[in-house]
Design a protein around this ligand. Structure first.
Ligand code: ZN
Length: 230
């Protein structure tokens, strides 16, 4: 039976694992990325590279990998005020959240993805939201994601399912999941090609590219270390 999924694919580590997860479960998988005026283009630039490497290095997935979409969501940039969209220091804000929090981002991403899925005849969305190692972002919570899925199902009068394979696992387990899905080849691809650094730094490390100091790099590096030690 054919089944389709649309993966929210940023070009980072988590969404690449989500894409592999979808490719191992669905017969046709499309991808969508969002240009929301993020300060660093490194992540978006990684998207086509990761997709091409998945096509050439994983023949079992190549024929399942369908169209890639890039949607502008520069409303988030126009609203601004986040360390990811403006020259704001990465630190804890007065609201108890890191300044990297982009208010409404995941809700907007899911809404845009569901609307695109509606046009493409796809009702299964896959996203890398995670409550386990998260930075306290309220829009990464399972309750937020599933309530959004419910609102979208009502708003579109069509069932929208949001799969979040990383919701309850930590970064070390995310690396392990990558290995289970695509072997050491997928782990190597993620190390070599994905970008998650908040500073958009591409300095090489054994755990991948990044500044090594921002919260995203620290999380990625410590997860990789724990994964390798296990
Ligand atoms: Zn970094």
């Amino acid at each position: 039976m054919s089944s389709s999924a649309l993966v929210l694919f940023s070009g980072g580590q988590d969404s690449t694992v989500c894409l592999a997860w979808a490719l191992s479960r669905f017969t046709c998988v499309e991808t969508v990325g969002f240009d929301y005026g993020q300060r660093h283009a490194a992540e978006l630039a990684a998207r086509p590279v990761v997709l091409e490497k998945l096509r050439t290095g994983f023949p079992q997935w190549a024929e399942k990998l369908g169209a890639d979409h890039l949607l502008p969501l520069d409303t988030l940039k126009a609203i601004g005020g986040s360390a990811l969209t403006d020259a704001v220091a990465i630190e804890m804000g007065a609201n108890g959240l890191p300044t990297t929090f982009v208010p409404g981002r995941n809700v907007m991403f899911l809404t845009a993805a569901a609307a695109l899925g509606y046009r493409r005849g796809i009702s299964d969305l896959v996203g890398g939201m995670c409550e386990t190692d998260f930075s306290g972002y309220p829009d990464c919570r399972d309750e937020t994601v599933q309530a959004t899925a419910r609102a979208l199902s009502l708003g579109l009068a069509r069932d929208v399912t949001v799969h979040t394979p990383l919701m309850w696992i930590d970064k070390a387990a995310t690396w392990k999941l990558a290995e289970e899905l695509g072997g050491s080849e997928l782990v190597d691809l993620i190390v070599a090609e994905t970008v998650t650094c908040y500073e958009g730094d591409t300095s090489p490390h054994d755990w991948g590219h990044g500044c090594g100091k921002c919260p995203s790099c620290v999380l990625r590096a410590s997860g990789y270390k724990k994964y390798r030690a296990a």
